[in-house]
Design a protein around this ligand. Structure first.
Ligand code: PLP
Length: 379
């Protein structure tokens, strides 16, 4: 969609991009200053594969400060983005033939990396009625002798679902009975949470050793282009990730790592201001959505997406374009409304589309007005 949107824009069409997966904010000034200082101080040599020791220490400080979790630098591996951390963690834990449980809707990279590791993704459908949360019963039912790994995100991309402490505890109780299963907890949207405190499943001591936290600076600090992610995991898993990364890419960008220390150890005010703005937009997006007949949507508790159910438009047409699935609808909105969104089938749920509110209020207003007009033509 991003590519098609760019192509249309190159032809002079005014496309409003509501498919964005990154904050539309600039990196805070003090972090940019730290990056400039790092260049001037000649942080230009190969960094250690797992990250500079003081950065790994800063990650531990952050995990204690924000999550009350105790980790040592030996538990931390810094990578070129949470995506690489995820790839390292999956490839370090799965073998050919293993099964990996992934609740859907999910971020599509999860299943693709699992396949790359010759393991089999086992997708478990969750639905809007339960706020797209996996129940402990469903989890238990799907664990087999072959299950090696479970992957989920909270806050979730694309649904914005945020698990509470009690809900995570219920899942942790199931994992406690299955000691061979690792848990990848993708917490990249940690700070973009509209309902209060972020909870990590790593807080449950009986399973902590098997939890691999994935996090990074992309979303919470508006630093997608800097490329900085990390894992926190038991030392053996961290070592395996370091080994893999040592062959794939080596250490993450040196300048980025120095800037990351500043980001992690400084006041979170710029992040909070960004999140306040996301919250205002979320409010407005939900109001605008109510004005469009045929769309249902749960209010997201985190991240910067809504994931509305649009299946009432299937089987309809504007006289030119027939809509049969989420891809058709997403393409229709791009071609006729000049608004880019992402089809739900990219996240394992064809009844929905993902609309991002990581765009200005003005563009959101304009985009929703165009979406409404285009959808009302479908009969
Ligand atoms: N995890 C989720 C759920 C994401 O949505 C993304 C980015 O879109 C990432 C991980 C990757 O983040 P990074 O930019 O740190 O690679």
């Amino acid at each position: 969609m991003a590519k098609l949107g760019r192509e249309l824009r190159a032809k002079g069409v005014d496309v409003i991009d509501l498919s964005l997966g990154e904050p539309d904010f600039n990196t805070p000034e003090h972090i940019k200053e730290a990056a400039k200082k790092a260049i001037d101080e000649n942080w230009s040599h190969y960094p250690p594969v797992a990250g500079y020791p003081d950065l790994r220490e800063a990650v531990c400080v952050k995990l204690k400060r924000d999550n009350d979790l105790d980790y040592k630098p030996e538990n931390i591996v810094v990578s070129t983005g949470a995506k690489q951390s995820l790839a390292n963690a999956v490839l370090a834990t799965v073998d050919a033939g293993d099964e990996v449980i992934i609740p859907t809707p999910y971020w599509v990279t999860y299943s693709e990396i699992v396949r790359l590791g010759d393991a089999t993704p086992k997708l478990i459908k969750t639905c809007a009625e339960t706020k797209y949360k996996l129940s402990p019963q469903e989890l238990e039912k799907n664990i087999t002798d072959k299950t090696k790994l479970f992957i989920f995100s909270s806050p979730c991309n694309p649904t914005g679902t945020v698990y509470t402490k009690d809900e995570l505890k219920a899942l942790a109780d199931v994992f406690e009975k299955h000691p061979n299963v690792f848990i990848i907890s993708d917490e990249i949207y940690e700070y973009i949470n509209f309902i209060g405190r972020h909870e990590s499943i790593a807080q449950f001591s009986k399973i902590k050793d098997r939890v691999i936290i994935i996090n990074g600076l992309s979303k919470g600090y508006a630093m997608t282009g800097y490329r900085l992610g990390y894992i926190a995991a038991q030392a053996d898993v961290a070592k395996a990730c370091e080994k893999l990364q040592g062959q794939f890419t080596s250490g993450a960008n040196a300048v980025t790592q120095r800037a990351a220390i500043t980001a992690l150890l400084s006041d979170l005010r710029p992040t909070k201001e960004m999140v306040d703005e996301f919250e205002r937009r979320r409010q407005r997006v939900m109001e605008l959505l109510k004005e469009i007949p045929g769309i249902e949507c749960a209010i997201p508790d985190g991240a910067f997406y809504i994931f509305p159910i649009i299946k009432s438009f299937f089987g309809k047409s504007d006289g030119e374009t027939a809509i049969q699935n989420s891809s058709d609808l997403s393409m229709y909105l791009l071609n006729k409304a000049h608004v880019s969104t992402v089809a739900g089938n990219a996240f394992g749920d064809d009844d929905c589309i993902r609309i991002s509110f990581a765009n200005s209020m003005q563009n959101i207003e304009k985009g929703f007005s165009r979406i409404k007009e285009a959808l009302m033509k479908l009969k």
